[in-house]
Design a binder for this molecule. Structure first.
Ligand SMILES: [Ca+2]
Ligand SMILES: [Ca+2]
Length: 282
């Protein structure tokens, strides 16, 4: 009997040219986080799966990694977000440096947010990227450990002398949701909740519902550009009209779902726009 040959032939690999640095040539940037030296301005969190990486008992600050020159296009300061073995709700990395209303990032006049990234080797490539503005951010994570006293700019709407659920923190325009220990808004954390979590639907004026998108990276460095209108919210009662506020960008976060394996290298988060001169590299 003639048996037809298996049709799984080997595809030639795409040639890696290494000239990825030119991807930035057509754009100009306003820095948000360049991970040069000192504090990264980012934190990490993860579930408690034994043996999971990162190990949150080793601290929650993300350290800057200095690689050998020439690094990425001559830039040697960056962060490596390594995660595997977290099987409950997963792992997250977030920017804390731009949360207070006094240190928000202003992207007025820019087309969106960009960064450099790669996840080399036998790793997952797709993650959720979330961005808060001053109207969505839940500041601070308040209720655990007692209600914060009222500070200038806070709105103590129930006049009890503390800022708690239903009140409004300075720098936000939305009401503090009830403690997540009681119930986690189903629309707040991406619509997905850990098993056993009591979920509820947020009120129309409640904080949360971050703007978000998904990003798929490769083994090699590339510049990723996220135009403003690609950052969307979940279709929940606390969704805002008109999209994200370019002038009032707060926390950014990278979420790795449970069971995923990442070695995500991340660098130079910035606002980007097309170069006014059309892209010459003078
Ligand atoms: Ca850098
Ligand atoms: Ca109050």
């Amino acid at each position: 009997l003639a048996v037809s040959a298996a049709s799984c032939t080997t595809k030639p690999r795409a040639v890696v040219t290494g000239d990825y640095c030119a991807e930035a040539d057509a754009y100009e940037f306003r820095n948000i986080s360049d991970f040069g030296s000192g504090a990264s301005g980012w934190f990490l969190y993860a579930d408690n799966t034994p043996g999971g990486v990162p190990d949150t008992t080793m601290g929650s600050n993300v350290q800057i990694t200095q690689v050998d020159a020439p690094g990425r296009c001559g830039d040697t300061g960056m962060v490596e977000l390594k995660a595997y073995g977290h099987n409950f709700y997963g792992t997250g990395y977030g920017d804390y440096a731009h949360n207070p209303s006094s240190s928000r990032a202003d992207g007025t006049g820019y087309d969106g947010i960009s960064f450099w990234a790669k996840s080399p080797g036998n790793t997952d490539k797709t993650f959720q990227f979330t961005v808060d503005d001053g109207r969505t951010i839940k500041l601070p994570d308040s209720v655990d450990g007692g209600l914060p006293a009222v500070n200038p700019g806070d709105q103590d709407l129930d006049h009890d002398g503390f800022i708690g659920p239903g009140d409004i923190f300075s720098g936000t325009e939305c009401r503090v949701p009830p403690s997540t220990k009681l119930a986690s808004p189903a629309c707040y954390a991406g619509g997905a909740q850990p098993p056993g979590t009591t979920s509820r639907v947020p009120e129309p004026d409640e904080c949360g519902n971050q703007f978000h998108t998904w990003v798929t990276v490769t083994d090699e460095w590339h510049l990723y550009r996220i135009p403003w209108d690609q950052l969307v919210q979940w279709p929940c009662p606390n969704r805002l009209e008109g999209g994200i506020d370019h002038a009032d960008i707060a926390e950014m976060e990278i979420l790795f779902i449970q069971g995923s394996v990442f070695d995500l290298w991340l660098d130079n988060i910035a606002f980007y726009r097309s170069r006014q001169d059309g892209g010459s590299t003078d």
